[in-house]
Design a protein around this ligand. Structure first.
Ligand code: NAD
Length: 428
């Protein structure tokens, strides 16, 4: 998606250039990693329900597969652009590298709006997408997953088409499948829990007892719900949650200074993560402005809704009590806000580390599918905890040793791992 003049691929390249400079990477490695290794643009002709034909534009970018098959979602969006897909594929390379899973980075998309398409038409787009590139994707080449406006149903149609074309059962071709159809237990919890595993480790390093902390969350969707559930289960006190209200077309912050009871809040939340104002009031919540979540006197802030929320305007409102920010969302903090966070001496767990639990569990789904043997939920979550904990400590140690910001440390680890894999393969 492109918002005005903002070009995510330019931003991804700038971020990369800055770290490449810090790491002193040679020119050939920089040239290799600044662009996707391969990108595919293709037509998907579909016979519509009214009998007419419409041609949709599809993409897949395989940014880098030096560490393993590419991995990344497929988005359906009317404003999808190749530059968004390029940027996201690059960020997937860094995300899989920071948690050290043997995968690379990929992303795909189709310019279309599922709101205006019947399920049959969406199925035709899914099958058409696979028909165009099935020779270049698969369990050992490139593994897609759901993303914006695509679901487990879309994944199953894509899997079915892939298996028909290749004549083999290959459930490891795609992840995000429903349970019982090759999906993994623990995937729903993975991103929120993963974020909290890193928070737990960060608090240990800061010498703070989680039971004595309070936190404020932005968003109450998939990521935030599970993050808040685990945080409160561990004894933390969540005092505020901000969420979108689709009737009023604005967001509100729901505050309860004596602590939020997760099981009660979830009961008054719809499937889009929107909290019922009237019922919240009845439960004793104060209803504040949507931006109030960031101004709370808490120890921990968890932006887990959207990008661009902690910015030059909002970051100065962060209270001095805040010691830790865990970025559950992708890209919630702007570079200007990063400077403010640094000056306030707040420890930041950057997005592509904090929310990597999702892709890590997708990797587990792929592994389970490839061996056709499924783990229990406890087993999945235990492995997830181990991966996230290791990744957190590697980044934290790098930040300490090189005296750099946590976001830079995470990039330095990812980029050097990928650069080294390219070198070992003799690519550059
Ligand atoms: P979701 O759609 O389930 O939930 C989004 C939440 O944000 C909802 O509670 C919604 O009410 C709230 N929200 C929307 N606009 C808001 C606003 N202006 N102010 C306050 N709240 C607002 O989404 P999700 O899956 O929880 O994803 C949240 C973020 O985490 C996104 O940036 C996403 O890219 C990222 N992420 C998600 C996963 C995953 O596995 N779900 C993995 C990695 C990253």
């Amino acid at each position: 998606m492109k918002d005005g003049s903002f070009n995510p691929f330019n931003m991804a390249q700038q971020q990369f250039d800055a770290i490449a400079e810090k790491l002193g990477l040679d020119q050939a490695t920089r040239d290799l990693l600044r662009f996707p290794n391969r990108e595919l643009h293709f037509n998907i002709p579909v016979r519509m329900d009214d009998g007419s034909y419409k041609v949709f534009r599809g993409f897949r970018c395989q940014h880098n597969d030096a560490r393993g098959p590419c991995k990344g979602g497929i988005r359906f969006h009317p404003q999808e652009t190749i530059d968004t897909v390029r940027a996201l594929s690059m960020w997937m390379t860094w995300k899989t590298a920071v948690v050290d899973i043997p995968l690379g980075g990929g992303k795909g998309g189709v310019i279309c709006d599922p709101h205006n398409l019947s399920m049959r038409e969406q199925e035709a787009i899914c099958r058409g997408w696979v028909r165009q590139i099935y020779r270049l994707v698969g369990p050992v080449q490139d593994v897609p997953a759901p993303d914006v406006m695509t679901t487990g149903q879309h994944m199953i149609w894509m899997l079915d088409e892939y298996e028909k074309l290749t004549g083999m059962k290959s459930p490891g071709f795609i992840t995000g499948k429903p349970l019982g159809m090759g999906g993994s237990l623990g995937r729903t919890e993975a991103t929120g829990y993963g974020a909290m595993y890193t928070v737990r480790e960060a608090l240990k390093e800061l010498g703070i007892d989680i039971k004595k902390t309070s936190a404020s969350f932005q968003g109450f969707g998939n990521v935030s719900q599970y993050a808040l559930e685990l945080y409160t289960k561990w004894g933390g006190k969540a005092i505020a949650v901000s969420s979108w209200d689709n009737t009023d077309k604005k967001s509100y912050t729901f505050r309860k200074l004596d602590g939020i009871d997760f099981s009660k809040l979830i009961e008054i939340t719809n499937r889009f993560g929107e909290i019922d104002k009237v019922k919240a009031k009845a439960l004793g919540f104060e209803i504040l402005d949507g931006s109030a979540w960031i101004e709370q006197e808490v120890d921990i802030l968890v932006p887990a809704a959207l990008e661009n929320q902690v910015n030059a305007e909002t970051a100065p409102k962060i209270k001095d009590t805040v010691k830790l920010i865990c970025e559950g969302a992708n890209g919630p903090t702007t570079p200007e806000a990063d400077e403010i966070i640094k000056s306030k001496n707040i420890l930041l767990i950057p997005d592509f580390l904090a929310n990597a639990g999702g892709v890590t569990c997708s990797y587990f789904e792929q592994v389970q599918c490839n061996m056709n043997y499924f783990w229990t939920k406890e087993e999945v979550l235990e492995k997830l905890d181990q991966k996230m904990t290791e990744a957190y400590h590697a980044v934290s140690a790098m930040a300490r040793n090189k005296k750099v910001y946590m976001r830079d440390a995470a990039y330095m680890i990812s980029i050097s791992r990928v650069a080294e894999a390219c070198k070992m393969r003799g690519w550059v």
